[in-house]
Write a protein that binds this ligand. Structure first.
Ligand SMILES: [Zn+2]
Ligand SMILES: [Zn+2]
Length: 173
């Protein structure tokens, strides 16, 4: 049987009293992330996550942790790439507060939008560059060939004479 998929958590239904806490192990799919012009995602099985919920005097304190491999295209050569990420995010929600810092954008009417929170937290946790390998040589800016598949040092274009320039020289002579 497939593990239950969660998208939202009704915090009120956890029936915690002030000072109490609970831990939920869940599985959900943070969906596709658009990042640096490409689409990145976790594996098809979704993500195993741990959510800690603490009831405070005025609301809830939340901590969400998950990790795994995010897959997509290498930002230099467009070949498949994977990067490991670890997310550890915290939110506080005190519904009666007038202080924006104490109002979580992911909680509305006592319901936590787990998918939206996980999605944003994951975007913040991704490294600035996702590469197929740290030393990826990328694509040749002139002809677009992958420089990982040719000898990058000998792959050059400036040595090839431009036929238009040759013609011009002929005319000038
Ligand atoms: Zn690459
Ligand atoms: Zn080239």
């Amino acid at each position: 049987m497939a593990a239950a998929q969660y998208h939202t958590i009704d915090l009120a239904r956890l029936s915690l009293s002030s000072g109490q806490g609970t831990r939920l192990d869940l599985r959900f799919d943070p969906g596709e992330l658009e990042f640096g012009g490409g689409d990145y995602r976790f594996g098809d099985a979704g993500v195993e996550a741990r959510l800690d919920v603490s009831r405070t005097a005025a609301g809830h304190a939340l901590r969400l942790r998950f990790g795994g491999l995010v897959a997509g295209a290498c930002m230099r050569c467009l070949e498949p790439a994977e990067v490991g990420v670890e997310v550890d995010a915290r939110e506080v929600d005190q519904p009666a507060s007038r202080d924006e810092e104490l109002l979580s954008p992911y909680v509305s009417d006592g319901v936590l939008d787990l998918t939206a929170w996980a999605h944003d937290a994951l975007a913040l946790a991704l490294p600035p560059q996702i590469l197929c390998r740290p030393e990826c040589a990328g694509l040749c800016p002139v002809c677009g060939v992958s420089l990982n598949e040719v000898d990058a040092d000998s792959h050059r274009h400036e040595s090839a004479p431009d036929p238009r320039l040759a013609k011009l020289r002929e005319l000038l002579d």
